[in-house]
Write a protein that binds this ligand. Structure first.
Ligand code: ZN
Length: 192
């Protein structure tokens, strides 16, 4: 996990951190951990997530192990600019559900001196890079790839296995529909 040592914290500038991985890899937990530490340091923290993710809770950011922080639901990533004016640290969860405008917005926020921490799925259920995550990974100063554990063989896993057949890219769900798999054990649902 990325961790700043006191002498390496950037001064008088903003920056972008990206936490990328498959489902059940602890992305949201890691995002919450960083945001909570900033809050403890009395920094002004704002957390945003897309309206689409109504998995467990409407108004909060919730990881699979049920850690909770209050968050602001937005439909359009452009809403962040106005809503985060007084924030020093900005967290964005489920970034894969936002439009590519998020690239411009994150750069703008970081250029304005804010610490921007973005978490999201880096691949869809087929293992195809999930935009805008690839672009966010390239503009970030700090990148963390979280790995899960393959449900089949116990190897480190970076793929999200969909257990139902559907060609829709997004089906909101948790362990009822998805599980973590390694490269060797991952398959396309339509192939079985
Ligand atoms: Zn495996």
């Amino acid at each position: 996990m990325m961790e700043f040592t006191p002498h390496s914290v950037p001064k008088n500038t903003g920056w972008i951190e990206v936490i990328a991985g498959c489902m059940f890899s602890g992305k949201t937990e890691e995002l919450i951990r960083r945001l909570r530490r900033a809050k403890i340091a009395k920094q002004n923290v704002k957390i945003f997530k897309p309206k689409i993710d109504t998995r467990y809770s409407d108004k909060k950011i919730v990881s699979h192990n049920e850690q909770v922080l209050p968050s602001i639901l937005i439909e359009d990533i452009n809403e962040i600019t106005e809503l985060s004016k007084d924030a020093q640290v900005i967290g964005i969860d489920e970034a894969q559900f936002f439009s590519n405008d998020i690239i411009k917005i994150c750069n703008l926020l970081a250029d304005n001196g804010k610490r921007v921490i973005v978490a999201g799925l880096d691949q869809d259920y087929r293992g195809i890079p999930f935009e805008p995550m690839p672009q966010l990974l390239s503009i970030a100063e700090y990148i963390t790839k979280t790995l899960a554990i393959c449900v089949e063989c116990g190897n480190p896993a970076d793929k999200t296995q969909r257990k139902t057949v559907s060609s829709k890219r997004v089906i909101v769900g948790a362990s009822d529909i998805y599980e973590a798999r390694c490269r060797k054990c991952h398959y396309l649902p339509e192939e079985k």
